[in-house]
Design a protein around this ligand. Sequence first.
Ligand code: UDX
Ligand code: ADP
Length: 463
Amino acid sequence: MEITKICCIGAGYVGGPTMAVIAQKCPHIQVTVVDLNEQRIKDWNDPNTDNIPIYEPGLSEIVAEARGRNLFFSTEVEKAIDEAQVIFISVNTPTKTYGKGKGMAADLKYIELCARQIAKVAKQNKIVVEKSTLPVRTAEAIKSILDNTGNGVQFQILSNPEFLAEGTAITDLLNPDRILIGGDTTPDGEEAINALVNVYANWVSKDKILTTNVWSSELSKLTANAFLAQRISSINAMSELCEKTGADVNEVAKAIGMDSRIGPKFLKASVGFGGSCFQKDILNLVYIAKTYGLNEVADYWEQVIIMNDHQKRRFSSKIVQTLYNTVADKKITFLGWAFKKDTNDTRESAAIYVADDLINEQAKISVYDPKVSKNKMLSDLDYLETRSAEKNLEALTILNDPYEACKNAHAIAVLTEWDEFTTYDWKRIYDSMHKPAFVFDGRNILDAKKLESIGFVYNGIGS
Ligand code: UDX
Ligand code: ADP
């Protein structure tokens, strides 16, 4: 089966970049990305590709190359489904905020809506690909909906989880460590798997394309994210011990990372991990384990989240304690609001929780982030429902200039590891602040010795 038309439902952080790269690498395939959100599609179609809704290094150039040639963004969901042989589902699967599994299970309502829409529209056989991170055995549910509400056509469900990390999505997509495709072990299932393998084989060597059964593929994605997050919680746990004992967590991370069995990546102590995947996927894993009565398995993984929450809270507490146990009416400047550098995504960013804690202590927070909009920051805080939107607006000031943001501050807190923070004129910042001038480096990116020689009181993580 030769694929010539692909539809992707969901023009978000996963669907947008993934489809842009498929379109760039496969000029013979027409790729249409659809979304219910009209504004989002309008932004993807902005004549100036610098204004596309997702900031990701290298993405706007690829969109400029492929858009209008074989890459299209549209709100005509049904038309795109009807025309495509392959439909990727890349819609959001947030943690449930209601009912059974509240706060733990993934909310599959958007996935189910997609499945029902595909079933209604499809008049020819289709391959449906799960791209979003989903709980194990979701494919079964999708298949059941498609087979029971469809027009008698055949559907093959594949799981093809995305391993891209935001901020490096384009290089991850162009040079993936592996592509994982799970499908049915029947002749029709294998034909569908091969069709998708051939799409990726346009730029990924076949030895990097793994094929498995559907359930292994779904579980591998959750497992990969749980292992990565576990490394961060493990090093963050050691960071607290380092602070008590006089060890330096950066030195410890380097020493253990040189053991080839451990490896150096994902050992950077921080104010805590954020992002749309880690917490959601682990909660989901915990929920699945509990559902099967595997309480020890559930408790084991839950500790990764407990440690991460502790690390965020510990950071805000340290600011309060160091500032003589009161931050009431003091100006604290946040450098960074995104959950990591090189993205405008703020989902589960540590900055949101640290700000919320400090506002509870009546601090005035001033924020500079190179890519996150003012409205996004305010809506992130409002979403927590700790206080009214008016009160959040009073407590949070957002500035476009880092020097303005730091002026008259009692303390600066680095929440995101944006490279530009290391290149600032720190003497100028120091001169404009209240004394003693405190820096809380939640990412260990600043030069502690240099800042101390200027006069700052420097606090990093784990030293
Ligand atoms: C993650 C996975 O890496 C990716 O494979 C999956 O597809 C989606 O989830 P992402 O959340 O985009 O990607 O970014 P990642 O680089 O994993 O960072 C997640 C969080 O961990 C960020 O807040 C980051 O700052 C933090 N982090 C990462 C650390 O605190 N220390 C580290 O050593 C690495
Ligand atoms: P991710 O990080 O998984 O890509 P996002 O929230 O960035 O998540 O993107 C998911 C996108 O899916 C959103 O733009 C949302 O509007 C879209 N979406 C959700 N449900 C549907 C649906 N039934 N049809 C079309 N688009 C949908």
